[in-house]
Design a protein around this ligand. Structure first.
Ligand code: ZN
Length: 232
């Protein structure tokens, strides 16, 4: 579980749960089976699941029961609906899970390198505020297991780009710190430091049960899921 709160269900899947993304495989049915098992394991309604095709952009949508299950051309989704689980699928990228514990608003975003450069984490907070009146100081943020600065090696140009645009603290040689940049963006958006929970598990080198694209470009995707529960 990502967090312990009676109002939400939130968890990361592992390689044991299997591939969660249709776009990585020809075998659609295997994803159906994996997701079905997941819904039984955690007790959510699979037909309500909302997820994205994730195009490394920063487009964000508010979703509800009228939205399609698959949200196209999108890297962030937000809802205030109960029993409407949101999923982001990842392997090395950062899954950002957001929870406004006061207004009861949730969101997930896909923050790879591009999404991070496009400031998707901050844009999620802005959208939650504009749409539902979220006060950023009430938001809990969880950054999933993902490739960390120990392993995220880029070319010299990219390292210089990161240093120039985000600061030299986020670069060590040719290794970059996407988690640090996302955390900085969330703090700039008004989140409290203690409300930002960054997993220090590196998907590439930790041997923890998460898919890593840099270890295997044909790998599946694990996922972050969050749902507001119908609590009393
Ligand atoms: Zn590593």
């Amino acid at each position: 579980m990502i967090l312990s709160d009676s109002a939400v269900l939130a968890f990361y899947t592992t390689t044991d749960d299997g591939n969660m993304a249709y776009y990585t495989t020809q075998d659609e049915n295997s994803v159906n089976i994996n997701r079905s098992k997941l819904s039984n394991k955690y007790g959510f309604n699979l037909s309500a699941l909302r997820y994205m095709n994730q195009v490394h952009g920063n487009h964000i949508e508010i979703v509800d029961f009228d939205s399609p299950n698959l949200i196209l051309e999108c890297d962030g989704i937000i809802t205030k609906e109960k029993n409407l689980p949101l999923m982001v699928q990842i392997a090395d990228c950062i899954g950002v899970v957001l929870y406004d514990s006061v207004k009861k608003v949730i969101g997930v975003a896909h923050a790879g390198r591009n999404g991070t450069f496009l400031d998707i984490s901050s844009k999620m907070i802005t959208k939650m505020n504009e749409s539902f009146g979220t006060d950023s100081s009430d938001v809990q943020a969880y950054l999933s297991p993902s490739i960390q600065k120990c392993c995220y090696e880029v070319d010299v140009k990219m390292a210089e780009f990161v240093s120039h645009n985000f600061g030299k603290d986020f670069v060590s040689g040719r290794f970059i710190d996407l988690q640090g940049i996302n955390k900085m963006q969330l703090i700039k958006s008004g989140l409290q430091d203690e409300n930002i929970h960054v997993s220090d598990t590196c998907t590439k080198c930790s041997k923890e049960p998460y898919f890593s694209y840099r270890n295997d470009s044909k790998c599946g995707r694990f996922s972050c899921v969050i749902m507001l529960k119908d609590y009393k």
